[in-house]
Design a protein around this ligand. Structure first.
Ligand SMILES: O=C(O)CCC(=O)C(=O)O
Length: 254
């Protein structure tokens, strides 16, 4: 098992708002997860969010349009299979989160992410620049997402792009549009976006990123489906605001 993160890696995580850990998950687990996902998409096993549901640029206009049945997220990953649960609560993941969030008791949310993200050739959409905290409601905006690549991820197949250090920005509301995406018509935003880097990942790599780190992703222009398992975590003391979507299902102590 890999050892703890060094002080230098932790300082880089604090500074950049993300950290990539190469090969944190072994090949046989990646294969098992891919098999389960491949058996869950045709027909898509509910609960599912479709590309047509997100209304992002490039998404099919409705579920009846060509490509309208293309899955975007297989929801409730934690409940789908023990292999997904075991990853979510595995020591290499949880120990790193304890270090990054500086607390002993870490919880995984069943309300946010907790899904397998799929990106299909032909019908995938563009996710514009955003912070994941935009729809979440917690006492503190201190959550970390864990993104496990189940195959290669790069800009060509819609892999994530990140803006290093952007979790520390305090942007005035006018820099964001009505849906809380970075407005591209603002020169300062364009300068920010110019500083983005691709999170090039291979199967088994894990990206940890802060909930205020701006990120985006394009369409999948390759011939193969991209699949990633994603969870979001917070410290036990940082609670979801009651009656919000963040508090819909119980968080799980890992
Ligand atoms: O895979 C993508 O298009 C980006 C997903 C994402 O950033 C999100 O769901 O918050």
């Amino acid at each position: 098992m890999p050892g703890p993160l060094s002080e230098q890696t932790l300082a880089e995580f604090d500074q950049n708002g993300y950290h990539i850990e190469k090969r944190l998950v072994d090949d046989s687990t990646v294969r098992e997860m891919n098999l389960i996902i491949d058996n869950s998409v045709s027909p898509a096993l509910a609960p599912v969010e479709y590309e047509a549901d997100v209304h992002y640029p490039g998404a099919p206009s409705s579920k009846n349009a060509p490509g309208g049945q293309t899955p975007r997220r297989l929801l409730n990953a934690y409940a789908r299979d023990v292999v997904f649960r075991d990853f979510a609560r595995s020591a290499p993941v949880v120990d790193r989160l304890r270090q990054m969030m500086r607390c002993q008791d870490v919880m995984v949310s069943q309300n946010h992410h907790n899904c397998v993200m799929t990106k299909y050739p032909g019908y995938s959409s563009v996710t514009s620049w955003h912070q994941d905290i935009r729809y979440w409601r917690f006492d503190q905006p201190e959550l970390v997402s864990v993104w496990l690549a189940l195959g290669d991820e790069a800009p060509e197949n819609g892999g994530l792009l990140l803006i290093p250090g952007s979790h520390k920005l305090d942007l005035p509301p006018g820099r964001l549009d009505a849906a809380l995406f970075l407005r591209k018509d603002i020169p300062d935003n364009r300068a920010l976006i110019d500083g983005a880097i691709p999170a090039n990942l291979q199967a088994g790599d894990v990206l940890f990123f802060h909930c205020e780190t701006f990120h985006a992703a394009g369409q999948n222009d390759t011939g193969a489906v991209k699949k990633s398992l994603v969870y979001t975590y917070h410290c036990e003391q940082n609670r979801a605001i009651p009656e919000t979507r963040s508090a819909n299902h119980a968080d799980i102590l890992v």
